[in-house]
Design a binder for this molecule. Structure first.
Ligand SMILES: Nc1ncnc2c1ncn2[C@@H]1O[C@H](COP(=O)(O)OP(=O)(O)O)[C@@H](O)[C@H]1O
Ligand SMILES: [Mg+2]
Length: 89
């Protein structure tokens, strides 16, 4: 597993901002659920954390290391090696 930190994470699609500065700390082994209405940005946030979507602003840290530019495989998220190339969130 890994710890995860989000600092003021922002996502824009063109001029449209869909993630408005998320701060979150998840400890190694901690179980967290994202809940919100359809379209609020849950999938977009998970795609940014996993490296499937570019991060417009802010920082994603995996085990304290800046991961914004890391490929999915480098993020040592536990499911990456198992799901291989067909990651879909
Ligand atoms: N590839 C994309 N291009 C443009 N807008 C997108 C794209 N993906 C998601 N969005 C928009 O971003 C917002 C958040 O979407 P999404 O993360 O899928 O929400 P959720 O998973 O919470 O239902 C929505 O308004 C959606 O229309
Ligand atoms: Mg979704």
């Amino acid at each position: 597993m890994a710890s995860l930190t989000l600092r003021n994470v922002v996502k824009k699609y063109g001029q449209r901002q869909v993630i408005h500065g998320i701060d979150l700390d998840i400890a190694d082994g901690e179980f967290v659920v994202l809940v919100g209405p359809s379209g609020c940005g849950k999938s977009t946030l998970l795609r940014m954390v996993s490296g499937l979507e570019d991060i417009t602003g802010g920082e994603v840290l995996v085990n304290g290391t800046l991961a914004n530019k890391m490929q999915p495989r480098q993020r040592i998220l536990p499911w990456c090696s198992r799901i291989s190339r067909s990651i879909r969130i």
